[in-house]
Write a protein that binds this ligand. Structure first.
Ligand code: SF4
Ligand code: SF4
Length: 380
């Protein structure tokens, strides 16, 4: 019988990685010969790629004119404190059960985290599958159940399937606090920063499974940057870097798809239609580190306002922006302006066990990846 290991083994082979590293060096050398000062600054927008890079030490295999810059592609990291406070305020109500995904419960808002809220006796339930929320709502007819929905284009369809089921089954005690965000406007915001150093992108591939690779064409056209949609295995990432470096060596900027085993140019159109039936684009959304970005997130369509927790509980939710702790540099990390180790409290005041910022909490966060894989120890 075919084992799972056999499916990915080829994508982790040290010889293949070493061969790709050699080819990258050759292409990077061509870039250097043309202009010794030219740098290839590749933003891996997605936190999943950051983890592959750090876990397999891919950054150590690259020549000195290539640098990785970590981007805003983790839904937990980019959540501003005021939205986390919404979740805590809702969860603190005696008649509300707050349901959300994984890491979200550990991220600090201005009043602690959902985990602390839970420890104080409030009903906060972390889940892996949004559809589990249906059963929670059915089992607790005397409570209001709020699904605090987070994630990029990848996870939005799962929220929408939950919503569709709630409508079909006429479950009236289920509400949605929608925090689904969009990758293309975030890329535009990164590139609009006058301090930006990014000149190539590894495109988030899970997002592209749903939305298609073509959603990144604007980045190639508007900023003359290569974009390669990449798989998550180390060979995928190295091959994508080779494709980017080859483009740069030729002076080209193209949209390329390395992850053809899962991504098509148009994506999953059925999932897109389903999302558009229930959700529409918000005027703007404040991202941690990037500030307000127009049309960068989704909300429930007006027809589904009866499910909208932001409307139903409007009188107890505050919308004032809340800034991060002064010492925390998550904002600069998410904008690609600095690295986790540049933060003064990295591995000192801020560790995965006692995180000060979201980039350390989230398993997809850049600080968490650096902490886990670069051999630092507490108080280092
Ligand atoms: S949500 Fe998708 S794009 Fe974002 S960090 Fe996770 S895998 Fe990457
Ligand atoms: S180390 Fe901690 S405080 Fe510093 S940027 Fe990362 S998450 Fe924020």
């Amino acid at each position: 019988m075919l084992e799972l290991k056999q499916l990915y083994q080829g994508f982790r082979e040290p010889e293949t990685i070493a061969r790709l590293a050699e080819q990258i060096k050759q292409q990077a050398e061509l870039v250097k010969q043309r202009d010794p000062a030219e740098k290839i600054n590749i933003m891996e927008v997605c936190g999943g790629h950051t983890h592959t890079i750090m876990k397999y030490g891919l950054n150590q295999l690259l020549p000195d004119n290539i640098e990785f810059i970590h981007g805003p592609g983790c839904p937990v990291c980019i959540m501003p404190k005021e939205r986390i406070d919404h979740a805590i305020t809702l969860a603190s109500q005696p008649d509300i059960i707050l349901v959300t995904l994984g890491d979200m419960i550990r991220v600090p808002g201005s009043k602690g985290s959902l985990a602390q809220c839970r420890a104080n006796g409030h009903d906060v339930r972390p889940i892996y599958d949004p559809l589990d929320t249906l059963q929670i709502a059915k089992d607790n007819p005397d409570k209001k159940v709020v699904f605090f929905a987070i994630g990029f284009e990848t996870s939005t369809p799962m929220t929408v399937v939950l919503l569709e089921q709630a409508e079909k089954l006429a479950i009236t005690n289920l509400y949605f606090h929608i925090n689904h965000v969009l990758v293309p406007p975030a890329i535009s915001a990164v590139m609009a920063d006058p301090a930006v150093r990014v000149n190539a992108f590894i495109g988030p591939s899970h997002v592209s499974v749903i939305q298609g690779s073509e959603i990144y064409r604007f980045a190639v056209d508007n900023y003359n940057t290569p974009v390669v949609v990449s798989g998550f295995e180390p060979v995928d990432v190295m091959e994508s870097i080779l494709r980017i470096t080859t483009q740069r060596a030729k002076g080209e900027a193209e949209l390329d798809n390395q992850y053809t085993r899962a991504v098509t140019p148009e994506g999953n159109t059925k999932a897109q239609e389903l999302v558009n039936t229930y959700l529409c684009v918000r005027e703007d959304f404040r991202w941690r580190g990037l500030g307000p970005i127009p049309e960068s997130a989704l909300r429930l369509r007006d027809e589904y306002q009866h499910r909208d927790a932001e409307i139903k509980f409007a009188d107890i939710l505050q919308h004032e922006p809340i800034e991060d702790h002064k010492a925390c540099q998550c904002g600069d990390i998410l904008r690609g302006l600095c690295k986790p180790k540049d933060c003064k409290v990295f591995a000192r005041g801020c560790t995965p066990d006692s995180p000060m910022g979201s980039c350390m909490v989230s398993s997809e966060g850049a600080c968490n990846a650096y902490y886990r894989y670069s051999g630092v120890t507490e108080n280092a």
